[in-house]
Write a protein that binds this ligand. Sequence first.
Ligand code: FES
Length: 107
Amino acid sequence: MSINITVVDESGEAQEVEWKDNQTLLECLHKNQYPVLATCGGNASCATCHTFMDPEHFETGGDERTEAEEDLLEMIDDVANDYSRLACQTEYNEGLDGATVTLKPGM
Ligand code: FES
């Protein structure tokens, strides 16, 4: 199974990509050739995989943020917002079909 999401890269270019049900958002982005740094290897300790979910899908389509994700986003609250997600902590969810994910500039 898979869903489609739109990814907006740091230059503002939008592209629709497939997200398969066995992937985290980070794995989906890497599979689709987005050079997301992910320094900690997906362990919720670096925030270099920071993304922004569109508000509608943040509310309806995603799992709750993990405690580790919340803690890390608080540490980068100068750049994070209410719709921030760490791509490594964002699990596949059919409710995210049609979502727009914006990559943080400078990823
Ligand atoms: S890859 Fe480090 S927090 Fe997501």
